[in-house]
Design a protein around this ligand. Structure first.
Ligand code: AHG
Ligand code: MN
Ligand code: MN
Ligand code: MN
Length: 315
C-alpha cells in the first residue's frame, strides 16, 4: 500500500511543493470530518452572507474556507491564497514560493441533501503573479466527499487517486487514472437549453437522438450538480462535462471559475488522457484577467470533446 507521502516522493524533489499538497490533503481530511458531523452539529443552511460572486454562502462554505486558510497559514511555502469565498487574494507567508487557488467547497447546493461535494485546488508559483494561465500550474487536485473520501492529485505526471482511511491517512487506490477516449455519457444542466448556443444545441440534439441520430450511438445523461462529483465520475469511467457559454452567463464569461474550478480540473483531466476546451480554445491556455474570472467549461473523453469542438468550428 502506497500512501500520499510515498507517492509525493516519486513525483517531485521539491519538499515545499509536497508540503503544500500535504496541507491541502490535511484540510480535506478535516473538512470530511466536519461534513460527516454537520447535520448533528447544526452546521447546515445559509451563513447569511454573500460572496464576491453574489452567491449566498452556506455555513459550510465559510467553515471549509477557514479550514483551508488555517492549514495554509501554517505552511511557510504558501505566499497567497485565492479562494471562491475570499473577495481579495489573501497574503500569507511573505517568502512562500507557491500560490494556492481553491474552491473550498464545491457543490454547496447539494450539502443539505447529503449529495457528494468537494474541495478543488490549484498550485502556482508565486513569481508568476496571481493571474497565470492553467499551463503554469505546478500541481492541482480535488477532494470528493462521497461514500468514500477521495483525493485526486497531479503534479506533472499521472493523475493519481487516494482514499481516506479511518485513521486519517491517504491510501493510493489508482496510480494513473485513464479517461476512456470514447464514452456515451454526457453531463449538462439541460434545464438551461433555452440559453444554449448553436453548438451545444446541435451536440445535445445528436446525443438525445442516440443511435438514430448523427452520433450513431446511444447516450446517457448524468448531472449531479457538484462539479467535483461529475468530474470524478468522468475521470473514473469516461464521459463529458459541459457548462458552456450561454446567453444568460455570457456577460460574466460563463458560470464556472477559471482559477479554482476550470484550470485544476483541466490539469487533472489532461493528466488522465482526457482533454478540455472552452469550445474555442484549450482551457489551460486562457489568459486570466481577474482572480474570480469565469469561463465556459467542457472537459472529458477525447472523442466527445472533439465532437463538440467540431460543432463550434462550424458555427
Ligand atoms: P459552487 O458550489 O462551488 O459555487 O459551485 C457550483 C457549481 C458546480 O459545482 C456545478 O457544476 C454547478 O455549479 C451546478 O450548476 P447548476 O446549479 O446550474 O446545476
Ligand atoms: Mn459557490
Ligand atoms: Mn464550485
Ligand atoms: Mn464553492
Amino acid at each position: 500500500m502506497t500512501d500520499l507521502a510515498q507517492w509525493l516522493a516519486t513525483q517531485t524533489q521539491d519538499i515545499q511543493l509536497s508540503g503544500v499538497i500535504q496541507s491541502m490533503a490535511a484540510a480535506g481530511r478535516d473538512i470530511a470530518a466536519v461534513l460527516r458531523q454537520a447535520p448533528i452539529a447544526g452546521q447546515t443552511g445559509l451563513a447569511g452572507q454573500t460572496n464576491v460572486q453574489g452567491e449566498a454562502q452556506k455555513a459550510l462554505d465559510i467553515i471549509s474556507n477557514d479550514i483551508v486558510l488555517n492549514h495554509l497559514q501554517q505552511n511557510s511555502a504558501v505566499s497567497v491564497l485565492i479562494s471562491e469565498e475570499l473577495d481579495e487574494a489573501r497574503p500569507l507567508a511573505a517568502d512562500g514560493p507557491f500560490i494556492v487557488a481553491t474552491d473550498p467547497l464545491d457543490g454547496s447546493s447539494n450539502l443539505d441533501v447529503n449529495v457528494t461535494v468537494g474541495t478543488i485546488f490549484s498550485v502556482l508559483r508565486t513569481e508568476g503573479g496571481l493571474l497565470q494561465k492553467g499551463t503554469e500550474q505546478v500541481a492541482a487536485g480535488y477532494v470528493a466527499y462521497g461514500p468514500a473520501t477521495s483525493l485526486v492529485v497531479r503534479i506533472a505526471g499521472d493523475t493519481t487517486v487516494f482514499a481516506l482511511d479511518r485513521a486519517g491517512g491517504w491510501v493510493m487506490t489508482l496510480a494513473a487514472a485513464k479517461v476512456p477516449e470514447a464514452s456515451g455519457e454526457y453531463a449538462i444542466n439541460a434545464a438551461r437549453e433555452r440559453f444554449w448556443d448553436a453548438a451545444t444545441r446541435a451536440y445535445v440534439r445528436e446525443n438525445v437522438a442516440g443511435e438514430t441520430g448523427g452520433a450513431a450511438k446511444r447516450y446517457n445523461m448524468r448531472w449531479v450538480g457538484s462539479m467535483v462529483a461529475d468530474i470524478h465520475r468522468i475521470l473514473m469511467r469516461g464521459g463529458i462535462f459541459l457548462y458552456p457559454l450561454d446567453s444568460e452567463t455570457v456577460s460574466k464569461g460563463g458560470r464556472l471559475r477559471l482559477l479554482y474550478e476550470a484550470n485544476p480540473m483541466a490539469w487533472l483531466m489532461e493528466g488522465a488522457g482526457g482533454t478540455s476546451t472552452t469550445g474555442r480554445q484549450r482551457i489551460l491556455d486562457v489568459e486570466p484577467n481577474d482572480i474570480h474570472q469565469r469561463v465556459p467549461v467542457i472537459l472529458g473523453s477525447l472523442e466527445e470533446v472533439r465532437r463538440i469542438e467540431a460543432f463550434y468550428q462550424r458555427q
